[in-house]
Write a protein that binds this ligand. Structure first.
Ligand SMILES: NC(=O)c1ccc[n+]([C@@H]2O[C@H](COP(=O)([O-])OP(=O)(O)OC[C@H]3O[C@@H](n4cnc5c(N)ncnc54)[C@H](O)[C@@H]3O)[C@@H](O)[C@H]2O)c1
Length: 429
């Protein structure tokens, strides 16, 4: 999706004075990193949500195991809302029917097995409930972004992440740029003053329309919403949350904290199903006169850009380090990384488990998801929305639960919102 013609990706582009040092722990082989040997260990992994990304994540995890010496990974279970989604991976990984679970409580049954690492790739509205249950059951987790669609869901992720920490469990999120070499190098350079203090910036996910499904005759509302989840805010959080969270996460990471308020606008022009907007434009205010302009669009035939740019008091840089303007001499570690960040995030997860040095990204991804939700509430209502409105008890949006919620799906209490009826800012405040 990145506009390669305009924005260079790949290596941090740097002036001669930004030095590189290669860590001794890693050797590069054909673009991949072979790590030093770890203790011999077997791990049992299972997949919750066997759609496109879930199957991809499982393949990435198995590929990652090749780079964690001494690790043997076994796929021990699959869970999905629909039976037909399970057939293909069950055949591929030879999973017996007794370890394939379907329906609303499939996650509970999966968590009752001896699985040790759960990969979560259902629509995001289910993530807080599934994640909390997995941590309670003592499982390590990889969870796809975003991790919630409403403020209580985002807060539940952060709270369960804290529990994971006390239990020594590892949690990695699918915000893969945090495992991507050029982003890691840029974050390091920025943190060490390469562009001075960040004074402002822009973040973009301007791309084309995603897929959508229409309702089949006699299909339940629940099945329809699950098959068409990228069109309903109750399921996806809207695309400012579902897609743009990646770029919002970079802003929060580089700046070091989430914004304090958001003001924005958006609208719906070409969608036929669901209730999401087609575009959002939000100014995130990080306090101290630091504003980040965020824009995201899902409309075909328009100019596309997926990136981030930051202007500092002493320079500027794109999020991936392209065209860094810096006069500082900073030694940047090489951050050994697999060429595919979707694999690297699993290498980091598996290594942290094997080495018993848990990593925990629940707060990062929870805060970035909440930031995106704050932006969405701002565009839907047309009002200023404060971080405290979502995170402090008594805040205006603290108790906002989008329904049907994950609990409604589990209780069989799902009525789909009408298609093609979107919020009207000012009126729906
Ligand atoms: N990191 C990335 O770059 C990236 C890329 C694509 C998707 N994603 C994320 O991955 C997640 C999944 O996206 P996808 O494209 O695979 O969607 P998908 O529709 O292809 O797959 C989702 C699967 O989850 C199943 N499911 C739905 N509700 C369930 C429930 N309650 N219990 C069990 N299974 C359930 C569905 O039947 C489906 O098989 C989303 O959160 C999405 O944002 C991340």
């Amino acid at each position: 999706m990145n506009d390669k013609s305009e924005i260079k990706t790949g290596e941090v582009s740097r002036r001669d004075f930004i030095k590189t040092s290669v860590t001794a722990a890693a050797a590069l082989a054909g673009g991949n990193v072979i790590f030093a040997a770890s203790a011999k260990r077997k791990l049992k992994v299972a997949l919750l949500g066997c759609g496109g990304r879930g199957k991809g994540a499982l393949a990435n995890c198995l590929e990652a195991a090749r780079f964690v010496n001494g690790l043997e990974l076994e796929v021990v279970g699959l869970a999905d809302w629909f039976e037909d989604r399970i057939k293909e991976p069950a055949g591929q990984y030879n999973i017996p029917a007794s370890r394939c679970f379907t329906g609303a409580d499939a996650y509970r049954k999966l968590l009752e097995t001896d699985v040790e690492v759960v990969l979560m790739a259902t629509p995001p509205n289910f993530r807080p409930v599934h994640f909390e249950a997995a941590i309670k059951a003592g499982k390590h987790v990889f969870m796809e972004k975003p991790v919630a669609v409403d403020p209580p869901g985002g807060r539940k992720i952060i709270e369960a992440g804290e529990t994971a920490q006390t239990k020594g469990l590892s949690v990695v999120a699918g915000t893969q740029r945090r495992h991507q070499r050029n982003y890691l190098r840029t974050a390091y350079a920025v943190e060490h003053g390469a562009i001075g203090k960040i004074r402002g910036g822009c973040i973009w996910w301007c791309g084309g329309a995603l897929w959508y499904n229409t309702k089949n005759p006699n299909e339940s509302d629940a099945d329809y919403m699950i098959r068409n989840w990228v069109s309903f805010t109750e399921m996806s959080g809207d695309h400012i949350v579902e897609q743009h969270v990646h770029n919002i996460d970079i802003a929060n990471w580089f700046i070091g904290h989430p914004p304090v308020r958001a003001l924005g606008f958006g609208g719906r022009a070409r969608r036929r199903t669901g209730n999401q907007f087609d575009f959002h434009s939000v100014q995130f205010d990080y306090d101290d006169d630091l504003h980040i302009h965020s824009m995201c669009r899902q409309i075909n035939g328009c100019y596309n850009r997926v990136s981030e740019h930051f202007i500092g008091s002493e320079g500027a840089t794109w999020g991936d380090g392209s065209n860094m303007d810096s006069s500082k001499s900073i030694e940047i570690p090489d951050f050994p990384s697999h060429k595919d960040p979707y694999v690297q995030e699993h290498i980091d997860l598996l290594r942290s488990i094997v080495d018993e040095k848990p990593i925990n990204e629940a707060r990062n991804v929870g805060e970035s998801t909440l930031t995106a939700i704050m932006g969405r509430i701002a565009t839907y209502t047309g009002q200023i929305v404060r971080w405290s409105d979502l995170t402090k008890e008594g805040g205006q949006w603290y108790d906002l639960i989008l329904r049907p919620s994950a609990a409604d799906f589990e209780e069989g209490n799902v009525t789909a919102p009408p298609d093609d009826v979107a919020p009207i800012p000012g009126r729906d405040a």
